[in-house]
Ligand binder design. Sequence first.
Ligand code: GLU
Length: 552
Amino acid sequence: MSTTLANTIFTQPLASAAELESKYPLRSLPEGAAVTRFAPSPTGFMHIGNVLGAFVDRLLADQTDGVLYLRLEDTDKKREVADGAAAILSGLNALEISLDEGVDGGAYAPYTQSQRREIYHAFAKQLVEDGLAYPCFCTSEQLEHMRDEQDTAGVNKGYYGQWAKCRCMPEAEQLRRLQAGESYTLRLRSPGDAARKIIVQDMIRGKLELPEYDMDVVLLKADGIPTYHFAHVVDDHLMRTSHVVRGDEWLATLPLHVQLFGLLRFKPPKYAHIAPLMKIDSETGGKRKLSKRKDPEAAVSFFTAQGYPAAALREYLLTLLNSNFEEWRRANPTEDLAKFPFSLKKMSSSGALFDLQKLDDVSKTVISRMTAEEVYAQALAWASEYDAELAALLARDADFATAMFAIDRGGKKPRKDIARWSQVREAYAYFYDCFHENLYSSSGAGWGYGYSDGSGDGSGNDWLKILKNYSEVYSAKDDKETWFEKIKSICEPLGFCSDVKSYKAEPDKWKGHVGDVSSVIRMMVTGRENSPDLWAVMQVLGEDEVLRRLKG
Ligand code: GLU
């Protein structure tokens, strides 16, 4: 017992470990309920891989009637930014990941590490009392020198064995230097031996055999703030976390964490180490990690700004998490995602390939299955933040915009025209005058445009005649069948065949066919060669606007 040393280091009154254990008791949850946590550092940057981890946390908690809480790991003040927490919440929001605790507090508060100093100190003090931690007075210059020497000697770098200068310092010297006010860190006195192995069961990777950790790592930095390792162990124990889902960069220090749990007499949680997301490098063609520096899609904010619906991101990420998801989706095309039997065991230990093209495909399907009202609400919410002009147009007439989104929606084969809300402007521009004019003039459409087979006199005379004759018969009251009959009715007087088959039998007899006539009308009304169901488009636009457009 090193009570004197402990009391010299920790002079302020601290709770005992037993008191903390009872203040943060075991959670009363159903048997098997997973307690998961999302523990980001508020650096202002949210990697899509981080949110992927939070998604896994949420899935585990939901499957078991468990809990997901947020813990802000703000112990690295150098990396912290002022609105870091806001970026985290907006990242979670991009996938609509809800939190049960940690934003507005909860029974295991505080959830921000910088507010938990006394808690870490209480357990650090216990370790000192147990002879398992000691003050290290080595300066950064001395540590640098040590690493240089280790380099030269070709041995592992770090504070261990013979290199751990302060490990065997007599207590009298420790006390003298502490009382003299020398700066120090608190280090673990590791009982580990790298020649021995430990076995850890990872929920994704299965049984891992790893060497014991033998480094005397820093537990408390010189300013009394804990390192990640120490804070992780204390927090996940006291917050009663059952499953730690985190990036596989922590595998290297997993033996240290397991050791710390043991030395503190805590039961370790279950671990799931996720491999990083990968992408195909456009230059080399090889696989590499999705990089914060090189790839805009590494940031969750990219997806928010592009306007990918949360449902589409969730759907796509599930295809990366469990390879059997797509098969399940084919068998259950409209089932709620929550019904999918997600499994950590089915996750791959090598990184999944992140493919924006595939995300777009998934997203198109997800959006195509939404109701027009949902599309309207989500597109408007996105535009309100990222495209004020579009937002104003959508908001100006909600019924009109909803009717526009309803075209080709709801049937067996709904139209898959948009993958993200940022595409709404382009896809639906022609419904709005101000956009339509621009589009019309830049689309290449106009007088002299030829027909599908290159026929037409090129002078625009046919166009004018088609539009004039059609304007005379068109009525918004016509149902779809009558509407088409009327288009057919103007064909033959102008030398166009009203039936495609007959045209194909004798193409030389005609200038073109009914499809060409419709194309002229389509082009004039929408400014483009392809559009959703033209009759429906004209219904939404209304008679006055259609006539105005037909007249040019
Ligand atoms: N704060 C750590 C990070 O952002 C969390 C790792 C963990 O989930 O334990 O990498």
